[in-house]
Design a protein around this ligand. Structure first.
Ligand code: SAH
Ligand code: AVI
Length: 312
């Protein structure tokens, strides 16, 4: 982490967006859940509506008995897929299995405990880990079932373009014949709707953004003052992405054995990108990674999409 943060704070402009995982300690996971309940943050409701209306069709079509979920978080939307997987599987063959992976241990434990209680017939094997590093190992586990690998929430948009290609390439390489991938993509739309979603009136996204500074303080002893940072999120229509930034209102210095950095007063650091897709850019993204795009499902307001793919 010291190496990542050190390199992110030594570029001009400062850029921590290649490492969105540093948002998600227990407090970051809690704040993300709070974001999903904000009226401006349309993604969660839109994706849930697609999952509710299409899960049955997706599971009937893919006939998967194992649901692998990357960056599962609270897994609250996943129930639609789990229900459909259980319904689509007759009494024959191995029981359905759910395999979530998340870097946030608290989110994984809480969601796992809830699901164990709710679904007595479901096998659950959760993994705490970083999908940047362990996707190959996760998908390389032996399995006697067709797998549906879900990556919900639009988290694929948080990768830099280079990391996105690498990640989807690794996902493609890990899919076996009969496996499918289901990837949530937030869609391009007017800048006002997008910027409102990342600058909610209650200030929850601002707190989520500042939480990255707290994580850096807690883990690296950086001693930055989170309250000196102001939050801004802007939509770049050319790059089709939201960028979240934090601006230090005063000069601040970090000097630890592992990390040295300095913020000028007014200097910013990009903390997150969140790419938005069109059906065309989604198809291009899949093609570049060797994934065959089988279908794109959208909600009735075309806010969000779920792309279903398989090994090409
Ligand atoms: N899928 C959920 C959560 C999305 S938030 C939803 O749709 O609501 C993004 C999730 O990805 C968080 O739970 C976070 O902890 C996890 N995450 C972020 N970077 C990660 C990484 N490198 N490896 C594993 N999980 C990661
Ligand atoms: C997890 N990810 C898809 C969220 C997003 O919308 O990019 C994270 C987030 N950042 C600010 N608000 C929500």
């Amino acid at each position: 982490m010291a190496r990542d943060v050190g390199s992110g704070l030594s570029t001009t402009p400062k850029d921590l967006s290649p490492w969105p995982k540093y948002f998600y300690d227990a407090e970051g996971s809690r704040l993300f859940e709070e974001i999903t309940a904000q009226p401006e943050y349309y993604q969660t409701g839109a994706e849930l509506s697609i999952l509710k209306s299409r899960s049955e069709e997706i599971l009937a079509r893919t006939r998967c008995r194992e649901l692998v979920e990357l960056g599962s978080g609270s897994a609250s939307k996943t129930r639609a897929l789990i229900d459909a997987m259980i319904d689509a599987n007759g009494a024959d063959g191995p029981p359905p299995r759910y395999v979530p992976l998340d870097v946030s241990e608290s989110a994984l434990r809480e969601s796992g405990e809830r699901l164990v209680a709710e679904y007595p017939g479901l096998e659950i094997q959760g993994f705490v880990g970083d999908f940047d590093l362990s996707l190959g190992r996760l998908l390389g586990r032996p399995s006697d079932r067709n797998r549906l690998v879900a990556f919900l929430g639009g988290t694929v948009g948080n990768f830099t373009p280079q990391k996105r290609r690498k990640f989807l390439g690794a996902l493609r390489a890990g899919l076996r014949e009969g496996d499918r991938a289901l990837i949530g993509l937030d869609l391009v739309k007017d800048a006002r709707t997008l910027e409102a979603a990342y600058n909610d009136a209650a200030g929850v996204t601002a707190r989520f953004n500042r939480n990255m500074i707290r994580v850096i303080n807690n883990r690296l002893g950086a001693g930055l003052d989170p309250d000196l940072f102001s939050h801004r999120a802007v939509y770049d229509a050319d790059l089709e992405r939201i960028e979240m930034w934090l601006y230090s209102e005063a000069e601040q210095k970090v000097q630890t054995p592992d990390l040295e950095a300095r913020f000028e007063g007014g200097e910013g650091v990009r903390t997150e990108i969140s790419a938005k897709f069109t059906p065309e850019s989604a198809a291009r993204t899949f093609e570049q990674s060797g994934l065959e795009l089988l279908d794109i499902y959208t909600d009735d307001r075309d806010l969000f999409a779920l792309a279903l793919g398989g090994p090409a």
